[in-house]
Design a protein around this ligand. Structure first.
Ligand SMILES: [Zn+2]
Length: 197
């Protein structure tokens, strides 16, 4: 049994640790949706080596477990969105998002096709090969700069259909605060998605 420090699990029982072996080259660590520790390891890595890796990552793991527990608690407190709330969110998104896209399009000279606004559980935005943009309506519940950072990200895919250095250079030129916003979305976005039934 692998042990975890008290702090990582709010003093409750240690989190479950699942080890998944596959034909991969490196070992990786994440927290699953149900709060378990998920270790993805190469087929022939020994248990001792996995334990050593976990011990090295203890500090990082404790921090992530705390964050995940706080997020689950927040979702519990806030509850799921009602149908009325979701309708209001969609309506607001249809007003605000096209306006933000138009703003950054004008600023950058980047054109776009149609805009669709949906409630999605897996993504914040996307850009099709023909320039149609798609956004998650939940973005309008977040601080305004977070929505803007996603708008700029998708618009810049019109110039670079990848996540290359050139793509990020373009994003940062148009939106210097991008890295902070992107980190915010990674940390807090899950709570918004988890509130959709
Ligand atoms: Zn992208």
């Amino acid at each position: 049994m692998l042990s975890f420090s008290e702090s990582g699990c709010n003093g409750n029982a240690p989190p479950e640790c699942r080890i998944q072996r596959s034909r991969r080259r490196s070992i990786s660590l994440c927290i699953s949706d149900d709060g378990a520790v998920l270790v993805k390891a190469p087929l022939f890595m020994s248990d001792v080596a996995i334990s050593k890796f976990l011990a090295e990552k203890q500090g990082w793991l404790d921090k992530k477990l705390k964050e995940a527990a706080a997020a689950r608690q927040e979702v519990e407190w806030l509850g799921s969105f009602s149908a009325e709330e979701l309708a209001a969110i969609r309506k607001r998104a249809k007003e605000i998002i096209p306006e933000r896209v138009a703003h950054y399009s004008k600023l950058s000279g980047i054109s776009y096709g149609r805009i669709s606004i949906r409630l999605q559980k897996s993504r914040w935005g996307s850009c099709s090969a023909c320039g149609n943009l798609n956004f998650n309506c939940l973005l309008v519940l977040m601080p305004p700069e977070i929505l803007d950072s996603v708008v700029v990200h998708e618009l810049c895919h019109r110039r670079h259909m990848n996540h290359s250095k050139a793509f990020y250079a373009e994003v940062l030129r148009l939106f210097p605060d991008y890295r902070r916003c992107s980190a915010w979305l990674k940390e807090h976005g899950g709570v918004y998605l988890a509130r959709v039934k």
